[in-house]
Design a protein around this ligand. Structure first.
Ligand SMILES: [Zn+2]
Length: 240
């Protein structure tokens, strides 16, 4: 889908993406966030600290500079709102990856349970095949907060060209060329991790799609039109 052309559109999209993530079960009280690249190159639009994903409208979204300064937004908030400590996750990943227009970080319990196993993600259904081409790296520099540019750059380096990165004992990062891809990768990653945990609990998976088959499925099951269809489904669910 088209990326935003104005700051106003970016704020609205960041708010919608936040609410979709909540609807998809990625909420963790007031933690976790999604960022949209500013179309004017000033930084990223992301929700203010202290609010849950489902509580976010455009007036609770901030324009955060590449160095973490609040530049605009937060019209509904006292003092304009506070920037999340972990903003470097988004600014450093977008600095390193010009192709990324949306990044997100949540504290999914399912993904953390999976990460604790220390085993590769297997394509047991359609979901995990999107992580075949560039793999699913794991960020090992810290299990704590990514609150410095240095840690953000380490995370971006571990992410490399991938669509997602595990953050063991913390959560996950996904990125996309638009909001549909970033959000759907988070949804698919959580479901794939959950399915593997189920199979592991039942004695462990013995069969899965091989790399060649997974690459073929990535192209046929998840073309941009289907990623977009999934995103639109989640948007409708926030409107019920
Ligand atoms: Zn976090």
């Amino acid at each position: 889908m088209d990326n935003p052309r104005t700051g106003e559109e970016a704020a609205a999209l960041a708010a919608l993406g936040s609410r979709v993530l909540a609807e998809a079960g990625h909420g963790d009280m007031v933690w976790g966030h999604l960022a949209v690249r500013d179309p004017e190159g000033r930084g990223v639009w992301m929700k203010a600290s202290g609010w849950g994903l489902e509580e976010i409208g455009p007036g609770r979204v901030l324009l955060v500079s590449w160095d973490g300064e609040r530049l605009a937004g937060g019209e509904e908030l006292d003092g304009g709102g506070r920037v999340h400590l972990e903003y470097p996750i988004h600014t450093e990943v977008m600095r390193a990856r010009p192709d990324v227009h949306v990044s997100l970080h949540t504290h999914s319990g399912t993904v953390n349970a999976f990460s604790s196993l220390g085993e590769p993600l297997r394509p047991l259904s359609h979901d995990a095949v999107v992580f075949t081409e560039h793999g699913l790296p794991s960020f090992e520099a810290t299990a704590g907060l990514v609150r410095s540019g240095e840690l953000g750059r380490a995370l971006a380096a571990d992410l490399g060209a991938a669509r997602a990165c595990l953050m063991p004992q913390h959560g996950l990062l996904t990125v996309g060329r638009d909001i549909a891809h970033a959000v759907m990768y988070a949804v698919l990653l959580e479901r794939a991790c959950g399915l593997q945990l189920t199979a592991r609990a039942a004695g462990g998976p013995r069969h899965w799609t091989d790399r060649e088959g997974s690459l073929e499925k990535d192209a046929t099951v998840w073309p941009p039109s289907q990623i977009e269809a999934g995103w639109r489904y989640w948007v409708r669910r926030t409107q019920r």
